[in-house]
Design a protein around this ligand. Structure first.
Ligand SMILES: C[S@@+](CC[C@H](N)C(=O)[O-])C[C@H]1O[C@@H](n2cnc3c(N)ncnc32)[C@H](O)[C@@H]1O
Length: 290
C-alpha cells in the first residue's frame, strides 16, 4: 500500500523535516513571479532567484542521487520584455550543484484566448529537468506512444534507400533506416507534452492536468518510490502518485488548499486499498461512519 505524508506550512521550513536522499522524484509548480497575488501571493521577479534558491538547496539535499527534479515555470513579461529570472535561476541552480539535464515543453492545447499588440497567445510553459548526476533512473519504455496510422502507409512500399542506412543530407552524422520500423507498434515520444489545462471543479486556480505529473511519474519512478511536490496546491501530484502505487509527500502553505489536497489524497488511498482487497479476492465491506 502506498504511503502519504502531507505537511502544512512553508516548504522552506517543512522540507527540513525530510531525510537526506530520500525522494526519487520532485514535480512541482511554484508560484510564478508576481502572479495570483490575490490568492496565494507572488514573489517579485527581481527577487525570485533569491527567494527560490534556499528551497532548491533543500530539494538538492532530499533528492536521491538517482532522482529527478521537474520544475514547471515560465518567465513573465515585465515592461514589454520577457524577464530573465528563469535563466538566472537555471544558472544559480547549476552553481548550487544541479545539472540542468533537459527542458520539456508543456504545450497548452487550450491556452487562454486573447490579443496583444506585440505578442501572440502564450501557449507553452517550461518543464525544466534537473538531476544530481548524469546517471539517473529513467524508464523510457513506460511513456512510449503508438506509431500511428502514418507508419502503416509509409512502410507499405519501401524504396531502396529505405532498406539501407540513409545519412542525413545536412551532414549532421544522424541517419535512419526506415525498414527498421517494420513491426514496431510504439515509438519514443518527443520532449513536447501536448496537454490541455484544467481548472474546472478543482477549487484551485492553477492546477496541473493529471496527465502532467502522471507522465513524469511513469518516466522517472517505479511503484514504491517516493514522489514529492513542495508546492502541492490542490494535491494533484500526491493524489496521482498514490493512485499509481507510489508514496507521496506534499507541502502546502495555505490551509484551505492543504485541506483540499488532504481530501483528494485520502480518497485516492481509500480507492487503492479497495482495489488491493478486490484483487486479493477478499470481499470489500465499507465501514459505517461513526
Ligand atoms: C501553482 S500552485 C500549485 C498547484 C498544483 N500543481 C496543483 O495541481 O494544484 C502553487 C501552490 O504553492 C503554494 N505555496 C506558495 N508558497 C509556498 C511555500 N512557501 N510553501 C509551500 N507552498 C507554497 C500556493 O499556496 C499554491 O497553492
Amino acid at each position: 500500500m502506498p504511503e502519504s505524508r502531507l505537511l502544512l506550512g512553508d516548504c522552506h521550513e517543512e522540507l527540513r523535516r525530510l531525510e537526506d536522499a530520500s525522494v526519487d522524484l520532485i514535480v512541482t509548480s511554484p508560484p510564478y513571479a508576481d502572479s495570483r497575488s490575490t490568492t496565494y501571493g507572488g514573489v517579485s521577479p527581481d527577487h525570485y532567484v533569491e527567494w527560490f534558491l534556499p528551497i532548491t538547496a533543500e530539494l538538492l539535499r532530499v533528492l536521491k542521487p538517482t532522482g529527478t527534479f521537474i520544475l514547471n515555470i515560465k518567465e513573465k513579461v515585465v515592461d514589454g520584455e520577457r524577464h530573465t529570472y528563469v535563466m538566472e535561476l537555471i544558472l544559480a541552480m547549476r552553481a548550487q550543484g544541479w545539472l540542468w539535464t533537459e527542458e520539456f515543453i508543456w504545450h497548452k492545447k487550450n491556452c487562454y484566448p486573447g490579443k496583444w499588440p506585440n505578442r501572440f497567445r502564450d501557449a507553452w510553459e517550461r518543464l525544466l529537468q534537473f538531476n544530481k548526476q548524469r546517471k539517473f533512473h529513467m524508464y523510457q519504455e513506460e511513456v512510449m506512444v503508438p506509431m500511428g496510422d502514418w507508419a502503416e502507409r509509409r512502410l507499405r512500399n519501401l524504396s531502396q534507400t529505405d532498406n539501407v542506412r540513409d545519412p542525413s543530407k545536412v551532414g549532421s552524422g544522424f541517419g535512419k533506416r526506415v525498414a527498421n520500423w517494420i513491426g514496431r507498434e510504439k515509438a519514443y515520444p518527443t520532449n513536447v507534452l501536448h496537454l490541455a489545462t484544467e481548472t474546472k471543479n478543482r477549487n484551485h486556480s492553477a492546477v496541473f492536468p493529471d496527465d502532467l505529473p502522471i507522465w513524469f511519474i511513469k518516466l522517472f519512478t517505479r511503484p514504491g518510490d517516493w514522489v514529492l511536490d513542495p508546492f502541492m496546491g490542490s494535491g494533484t501530484t500526491p493524489r496521482v502518485a498514490v493512485d499509481m502505487g507510489r508514496n507521496a509527500i506534499g507541502i502546502e502553505i495555505l490551509p484551505n488548499y492543504y485541506a483540499l489536497a488532504q481530501t483528494a489524497v485520502d480518497g485516492a488511498l481509500r480507492q487503492t486499498a479497495q482495489l488491493a482487497l478486490l484483487e486479493s479476492g477478499t470481499p470489500y465491506e465499507p465501514t459505517e461512519p461513526e
